[in-house]
Write a protein of this length. Structure first.
Length: 133
């Protein structure tokens, strides 16, 4: 039994990228699908595919992205901010900037899961799930 599925998702992506894997498979859930879409839209992953089958909720196959010249992963760091033991909520004016705008913060708001920039633009706050750069 996993107590924090988002942390498990982030750890699988982090470990796979540091190990140089091309594809990582994670059990699917709605919030993981939203985070995966954000990572794809922001250019941190190459592609993704939702598959039904092996387990009841399905799986997400994520193709990781690497620099063509140096072969280093595009995701340099991906870390959980709000944890089950200590939730981190922010208002729309306090959404964190990651690496002075070069990275993204993923925020779960009342309007759905979105990046920190989108949350500021829509003037909504929420729970800061993670940051990626």
């Amino acid at each position: 039994m996993n107590t924090d599925p988002i942390a498990d998702f982030l750890t699988r992506v982090r470990n796979a990228s540091l190990a140089g894997h091309r594809v990582v498979e994670v059990p699917a859930s709605n919030i993981k699908k939203e985070i995966t879409k954000i990572l794809f839209d922001q250019g941190f992953v190459l592609s993704y595919k939702f598959e039904e089958g092996k387990n009841p909720q399905g799986t997400i196959k994520i193709a990781l992205k690497y620099d063509k010249v140096t072969k280093e992963p595009v995701i340099r760091r991906i870390e959980r901010i709000s944890k089950p033991g200590l939730r981190k909520y922010v208002g729309s004016s306090d959404v964190p900037r990651v690496l002075n705008g070069l990275g993204i913060a993923i925020v779960s708001t009342s309007s759905g899961v979105m990046t920190g920039k989108q949350a500021k633009a829509q003037n909504v706050g929420g729970e800061v799930l993670c940051r990626v750069y």
